[in-house]
Design a protein around this ligand. Sequence first.
Ligand code: ZN
Length: 403
Amino acid sequence: MKKLIKSLLMISAAAVLLCCPCGAVEQSVRINDTVTFSINGEEAPAILSDGSIYTWYLPQEGEVLTVTSEQEIGYLYIFFGETPESYSVSFGKVRRACGQNGFLHELIEIGANEVTVKLPGSKICSVEVYSSGTLPADVQDWDRPVRDCDMLAFPTHADDDTLYFGPAIVNAVSRGLSVQIAYMVNHWDTVDRPHELLNGIWEMGVRTYPIIGEFPDIYSNSLEHASRVYIPDTILQYQVEMIRRFRPKVVLGHDLNGEYGHGAHMLNAVLLTRAIELSGEASAFPGSAREWGAYQPMKLYLHLYGQNQITLDVHAPLEFFEGRSAFEKAEDAYAKHISQHKWTSLAVEDFGDGDCRLFGLYFSSVGQDAQNDIFENIPPDEPPRPVFEQPAGYGNTVYFSKN
Ligand SMILES: [Zn+2]
């Protein structure tokens, strides 16, 4: 019966393909229902391909997944439940090394009817199979972090990136500028937040994989409390390393008052005002100076900072995002943070202590602003700065043991 259903689905899928106008690029679609998943020759458990992040399969050593399909497999798209170890994917005469970048959501281009995956010993939430063609917009194909970025944003948590920095990031992306994000805390103690983080920034057009800090998520309602529950010097060390590693022209940080009063936001912002100085001094945290070189960005903006304040235009329709404004795209991204919607007071706002339009220029080596433009006075690259791709999530000092 199962085979019959699969055959019928295959026929209907083939009919769709035949209907494509001559020369048109086919739309890639999820074909999990029409393929066969087996592990070491036995039928694979359904949770391996159920599309859910809330269930996962933990492979044993030596397990090999085989996916077979009558229709050509265009891509495998794997959701991991933790940062994956290395693994390999083989089809025809091709063997691909995967997982080295530590991407939680990894896309692998295939182009064959059978593919084998030498599974890593890492939790796999779901293996998604797509046909060949143009992928749906929400399928994530991450780039590795890039060394010389235009903007480096330092949100504390997943969702601060959308609530406070969202429209600033979207505006930069829409201008073709490169954006790197370095989160202070991680959410590995939750199932959904690491996925929501990626889904949100992908929605905003960010394509370089973010850096996830080693620090745990601890609620705090004051700078004094946050300074006790975290080790400030290790956060400073992390910030300095990120600035040296990514050599941004502009850095964005939180409100010194922590937006709605979150002590970890405050600590992140206060330390960033020190990091912006120390990153340029080779004698400060000499390990990362040796590895990446001392470097000082041209500007530091803090959210809501009262001096030298600019008001971003967040409501103009953006051609890059098919007429959606930066504000609307930030809202689209916050919609991905489903687990956070229980906090009904949080939303992308253009007023009050969440006003995403307001940033103050805390530091500048290129003069003061006269317009409402984060990139005002930033000289164009002549010649363009060389781009060095870097592995994601690796090469960082371990600052804080998770245990
Ligand atoms: Zn936060």
